[in-house]
Design a protein around this ligand. Structure first.
Ligand SMILES: Nc1nc2c(c(=O)[nH]1)N[C@H]1C(S)=C(S)[C@@H](COP(=O)(O)O)O[C@H]1N2
Ligand SMILES: [Mo]
Length: 323
């Protein structure tokens, strides 16, 4: 087998409905309500798979500033215990609910997102709030490549090389106040481009949160690239969070705002289904999801299953956060 489709994911998660979405249940409800046709038509309207599917596979043209970023020096501190996932598999099996709940189709629909220009506002309880456009980040942040494992709460996993910079470097640049305790992340809200955002039962825009200590941990990374080039849109272009010791849904894509706050912020999945997705969401093989075991995980390219590792194998880096 080459990769997992949703049916295979359901198989390894114990035959339950598409995990993060409970998609089928909702479809049934919507059919009754006569809404599903509307929703599907909206999804279809902006997207013709024939052309935009191919765009996703074209080599990306680098801007002058991007040419100074790639290839970034690899930081050898972060080593893998497994082979890298094949790039074309990682690029065709994505979670990005703003566009569609169907992993194999994300890369097609995501091409509608306009990513130039793009700015990230870093604000809240900080001494020097600042809006960074992407070139500011490319020019001023310490870019490097890191090989990280990725573990989705749905029990699939991959290992990929990200290009980016430590989140700490960005937070240090705005000087958090001592009153800040948490960091809140927000993605874009563009329902005309991202028709998944017409799904009114989700708390758009996608948001996430970390404690300030987690955000300052050396592993917390802001990725602008993958496999030695800028992020394709389906991976969360132009900039996304990567927190590899937590389930994948914490690693918010296409961020537009990072806010330092003094409360635990509401987050997308915790708000949508709080009994299934907790705020902390650390990878832990001994704590099952209410609908499936987390003891093992399946690599998306080889289909190999492996035992899930506590903190996704990053215990030495994060253990003291939870002591
Ligand atoms: N804005 C946004 N960020 C998101 C998601 C999403 O739907 N929207 N899905 C999350 C989930 S569940 C996972 S597993 C990862 C998937 O990242 P990838 O598609 O680049 O592998 O993105 C996370 N970040
Ligand atoms: Mo996920």
């Amino acid at each position: 087998m080459s990769r997992l489709n949703d049916r295979e994911v359901r198989k390894i998660t114990g035959g339950k409905a598409t995990p993060e979405s409970a998609y089928m249940d909702r479809r049934r409800f919507l059919k009754g309500a006569g809404m599903i046709g509307l929703y599907s038509a909206a999804l279809a309207a902006g997207c013709s798979p024939g052309t935009s599917g191919r765009e996703a596979d074209l080599p990306l043209e680098l801007s002058e500033v991007e040419k100074t970023v790639y290839p970034a020096r690899r930081n050898d501190r972060y080593v893998l215990d497994r082979p890298l996932t094949r790039e074309e598999i990682a690029a065709r099996y994505n979670n990005f609910y703003e566009f569609t709940e169907i992993k194999e189709d994300v890369r097609v629909h995501a091409q509608k997102l306009v990513i130039r220009p793009w700015a990230v506002e870093v604000t809240g309880l900080v001494r020097r709030p600042k809006t960074f456009d992407l070139d500011d980040l490319r020019k001023t942040m310490p870019m490097e490549e890191r090989l990280y494992r990725h573990r989705c709460v749905e029990a699939w996993a991959m290992a990929v090389p990200w290009t980016g910079f430590p989140l700490k470097a960005l937070l240090d640049a705005v000087q958090p106040l001592s009153s800040a305790t948490h960091v809140r992340f927000k993605s874009f809200y563009k329902p005309f481009a991202a028709q998944g955002q017409l799904a009114f039962w989700y708390p758009w825009p996608y948001t996430e949160g970390l404690t300030l200590a987690e955000a300052m941990n050396e592993l917390a990374f802001m990725a602008v690239g993958i496999y030695g080039h800028p992020l394709p849109k389906q991976h969360g272009a132009p900039v996304r969070l990567v927190v590899p010791w937590k389930y994948g849904f914490k690693s918010i894509k296409s961020a537009v705002r990072i806010e330092l706050v003094d409360y635990r912020p509401a987050t997308f999945w915790n708000t949508a289904q709080g009994l299934e997705y907790d705020f902390t969401a650390n990878v832990n093989p001994t704590v099952p999801h209410p609908r499936w075991s987390q003891a093992r995980e399946k690599m998306i390219d080889t289909g190999e299953t492996r035992p899930t590792l506590l903190y996704n194998g990053y215990e030495e880096y994060v253990r003291r956060l939870y002591a």
